[in-house]
Design a protein around this ligand. Structure first.
Ligand SMILES: Cc1cc2nc3c(=O)[nH]c(=O)nc-3n(C[C@H](O)[C@H](O)[C@H](O)COP(=O)(O)O)c2cc1C
Length: 681
């Protein structure tokens, strides 16, 4: 319907003039706005550069408030990635110009609007014309369009036009109003033209929200200042618009209460917080310089260190195409991302291009530790590696047929994965998590896992019927596990072999970690500075032994127990039997659960001393421990079995005990060796 047809249609509702339309359409605004104010809004001209996340919603809210004249600029077209937050994005608008779509929407709300479109977007060439005659600018530019934004604020100031900027940050909105006689953009944000782009974005974000409420819950690993991308929610854009349009009303009508920069405010419905303040000196203030330093050098620097390396995915394979070595190596690359005890990476692979087969071998020499009884831990890791291969295969149109233990004559051959091309359209979303999954040793929130997440975790392993997931979620049970973990973990430091193996797997420097590309980088252990000093000092067994004698070794066990308490739940993965095959299946189930936790934004850490000691007891008898430890473990078992009454500890295999919960992401990742290091001829 074009505007003329709409105006015709209005006649059916007894409306035959613009005045009549305004009176009827905005009648419900009266009481909050006076009829005269409403009339003034209809004659006010507003400039909105950008018709995306906030700009598009600003336009709609301004129109419904009764504003009648606009200058709108945008050069972009709608695409699927806009759906989550942009008012005009819909399947039918994909490929269409944002400006055109938004004007259609605008006119269908008010056919009497006066709109001047700028279809090449806001540029230095058209900026004067764009601002000409406007009373207020509502900044709808993309967060990363910094230079044109800077020019916009500068030019508007020269022309005496106020600019309102509201930025969606997490679930929140941060609002700033720049008035022509207040502080200017460059002074408030402390920016210069010749400054690294990343630094400009950082200063803009920190000036918008000097006391950021959103950082604790935002995955900073997904913020890419270099690449100009970050997470953004539709609900936050809506909030931005509500705040910005309120200020537009205030400015145009000259209502009281205007607080231009250096006043700032941030409203965060998720944190239920409203921060409002006066940032004297803007980003130049000492307080703000300290915050900027902290965010730049700690938060963002660690987030970038913890960002996973995601290898380039080979092209999806079409029917009748050969499965290339590149594709097979991609599967191995995914496999070795799997977790393994102390990051020993206990596997080898053989790839056969002619047969389109990847064979997975256990490498027993990678981990001979006391923990790894009958290589159970390493076999579990092989199962996890298989699960990753299965998921990665699906990503490139391959259907994997997995045969466990295909040749009893080859004791270390764990599985053969035969691949056929299968052009199915849906990929398992867990595949993405292969690269993000990690062990997180930081404290988590005690907030319990929602019921739907617990159900989903169990659902995802339904097609591995041999496996089971047992969850403890009450604080009482979690504390009981913490006490038992404390007892069992004491053995870690009191047992010479265990201690020496663990110490040998710690990579005390970055250079060491980079050269071996296995083991546990010291920082990955999240022991804090005193803990790191303790680990360094107690590396030689005689020192650890001496420390144990004065009772200080228990600090390690205490740390584990505290971590369990700082969790939302404790889980245990089991399998129906105690054979190799069972543990391979158990490893698959474990990996699927771990990836699902990541998929739901949860953190996880295995805590395996108890379960691996139990397997040792079962297979090698309590005499494989010292008398003191066997006695201690006997006490542990009685209580541990009581916590999981549904598990038959004699017949079922214990795969892993873990803690999980919501919490901050990791700060340091473990590394993996090169794919070629694992390949057998
Ligand atoms: C069988 C098994 C047992 C593990 N036991 C523990 C454990 O007791 N404590 C712990 O913090 N991490 C444990 N892990 C996690 C590994 O240390 C971790 O997977 C490895 O260092 C690789 O790091 P990533 O998981 O961050 O990729 C275990 C992993 C596996 C597969």
């Amino acid at each position: 319907m074009n505007p003329e047809q709409m105006i015709d249609k209005l006649k059916d509702f007894g409306i035959s003039s613009e005045r009549q339309y305004y009176t009827r359409a905005f009648a419900r605004n009266i009481g909050l706005l006076s009829p005269g104010e409403q009339e003034k809004l209809s004659r006010s001209r507003i400039a909105i550069p950008g018709m995306g996340g906030v700009g598009g919603i600003h336009l709609i809210n301004l129109i419904r408030t009764g504003f009648g004249r606009f200058h709108l600029a945008d050069f972009d077209n709608f695409e699927p990635a806009n759906i989550n937050r942009q008012s005009g994005a819909s399947v039918s608008s994909f490929g269409r110009a944002k400006l055109e779509v938004m004007i259609d929407q605008a006119v269908s709300i008010n056919p009497y609007l006066e709109i001047k479109p700028f279809s090449s977007g806001l540029t230095p060439e058209n900026i004067n014309e764009f601002l000409q005659g406007t009373e207020v600018v509502l900044d709808g530019l993309d967060f990363f369009q910094f230079d044109i934004r800077r020019l916009l604020f500068k030019t508007a100031r020269k022309k005496g036009i106020p600019v309102i900027t509201a930025g969606p940050l997490g679930y929140s909105s941060a609002l700033l109003v720049f008035s022509p006689d207040g502080m200017d953009f460059d002074t408030y944000f402390d920016v210069r033209r010749k400054m690294p782009e990343e630094e400009k974005y950082l200063r803009f974000a920190m000036g918008l929200a000097p006391r950021p409420t959103h950082i604790p819950y935002m995955d900073l690993g997904r913020v890419d200042l270099k690449g100009g991308a970050g997470p953004s929610l539709g609900i936050a854009c809506q909030l931005c618009s509500a705040l910005a349009v309120t200020e537009a009303v205030r400015i145009v009508l000259g209502k009281p209460g205007l607080q231009p920069v250096p006043y700032y405010s941030q409203f965060d419905p998720f944190r239920q917080k409203y921060h409002k303040g006066y940032l004297r000196g803007g980003n130049r203030s000492i307080k703000q310089k300290v915050r900027l330093w902290y965010v730049r050098n700690t938060l963002l620097a660690t987030a970038s260190k913890a960002r996973p390396f995601i290898p380039e995915r080979p092209e999806t394979i079409e029917k009748n195409e050969n499965i290339s070595v590149k594709a097979l190596k991609y599967l191995v690359r995914a496999a070795v991302q799997a977790p393994s005890g102390d990051n020993a990476q206990p596997w080898k692979f053989r790839i056969s291009e002619e047969r389109a087969v990847v064979s997975l071998f256990l490498n027993p020499s990678a981990d001979n530790s006391f923990f790894n009884v009958h290589q159970a831990a390493s076999i579990i890791s092989c199962g996890a590696a298989l699960e990753n291969m299965r998921l990665a295969a699906g990503e490139i149109n391959l259907n994997p047929d997995i045969t466990l233990l295909p040749d009893p004559g080859q004791k270390n051959l764990m599985a053969e994965v035969s691949l056929v091309v299968d052009e199915k359209s849906d990929r398992d979303p867990l595949a993405e998590q292969i690269w993000y999954r990690c062990t997180n040793r930081r404290p988590f929130l005690k907030h319990p896992l929602p019921r739907w997440v617990q159900d989903d975790l169990k659902d995802r392993i339904k097609d591995i019927p041999e496996s089971g997931l047992h969850m403890l979620t009450s604080r009482k049970e979690i504390k009981a596990v913490a006490r038992l973990v404390y007892q069992a973990d004491r053995i870690r430091t009191e047992h010479k072999d265990l201690h020496e193996h663990f110490s040998s797997m710690i990579r005390f420097s970055q250079a060491e970690a980079e050269s071996t590309r296995d083991g546990l980088p010291l920082k990955n252990l999240e022991a804090g500075l005193p803990g790191e000093m303790f680990l360094r000092a107690t590396k030689p067994w005689p020192v650890m032994n001496g420390v144990n004698k004065i009772g200080l070794g228990r600090m390690v066990a205490m740390h584990s127990a505290r971590s369990i308490i700082a969790s939302g739940c404790v889980g245990m993965v089991t399998v129906s039997g105690l054979e190799k095959k069972d543990f391979l299946k158990g490893g698959q189930a474990l990996e699927r659960i771990w990836l699902t936790l990541g998929h739901h934004g949860l953190q996880m850490q295995p805590m395996t001393a108890i379960t691996l000691f139990w397997l040792r007891c079962l297979w090698k008898g309590p005499e494989s421990f010292s008398d003191k430890h066997a006695k201690l473990l006997r006490r542990v078992w009685t209580r541990f079995h009581g916590l999981f009454p549904e598990v038959d500890f004699q017949k079922q295999g214990l795969v892993i005990l873990f803690r999980a919960g919501y919490g901050p992401g990791i700060r340091h990742r473990t590394l993996r060796k090169d794919v070629d290091d694992f390949l057998l001829n």
